[in-house]
Design a protein. Structure first.
Length: 160
């Protein structure tokens, strides 16, 4: 499990989202988020971790971080929820819900850790459901859903 880090003594000049540059799954979704956010800089921990000596490298390896200009650090799923503040139509409720609901926080943290441990599988599912280009995603998940419903209908028909 990743550690929560409250503050850094070396805040960035602009809000900064830090992610794992060696993760294809991460790169796919960061490419999409970059296209949807304004006023947020994205850097990999491999290129920027040394600028934050008070945050252990092992923690950058465990989870994404969003660091605000006041030094506040948001970790793991909360870093993702915090990026929604930078969408043109801000969706602050996700971050607030994460902070206020222990159940939502627990589900988010465990889900985030599961995804982090299964990145190759998640990348395969992402490509199967959305296609190769994160900026021109196609709703292939509808085809999968229709196929699954079709198989279930045939199965129900054969059992009756």
């Amino acid at each position: 499990m990743f550690a929560y880090i409250q503050k850094t003594q070396t805040p960035p000049a602009q809000p900064l989202f830090i992610w794992d540059g060696e993760c294809g799954f991460c790169k796919y979704w960061i490419t999409l988020w970059k296209s949807k956010t304004k006023g947020l800089t994205y850097k990999t921990f491999q290129e920027i971790a040394s600028d934050f000596p008070d945050i252990p490298l092992k923690e950058f390896k465990k989870a994404s971080r969003l660091i605000e200009t006041d030094g506040s650090v948001f970790s793991g799923p909360d870093s993702a929820y915090r990026t929604f503040w930078y969408f043109p139509k801000s969706k602050k409720h996700w971050h607030r819900w994460y902070l206020k609901s222990e159940l939502f926080q627990s589900i988010s943290d465990h889900g985030y850790n599961w995804i982090a441990k299964n990145r190759p599988l998640m990348m395969k599912l992402t490509l199967a459901f959305w296609g190769k280009n994160p900026l021109k995603r196609k709703p292939y998940w509808i085809i999968w859903l229709m196929g699954l419903l079709g198989i279930m209908a045939i199965w129900i028909y054969l059992l009756s």
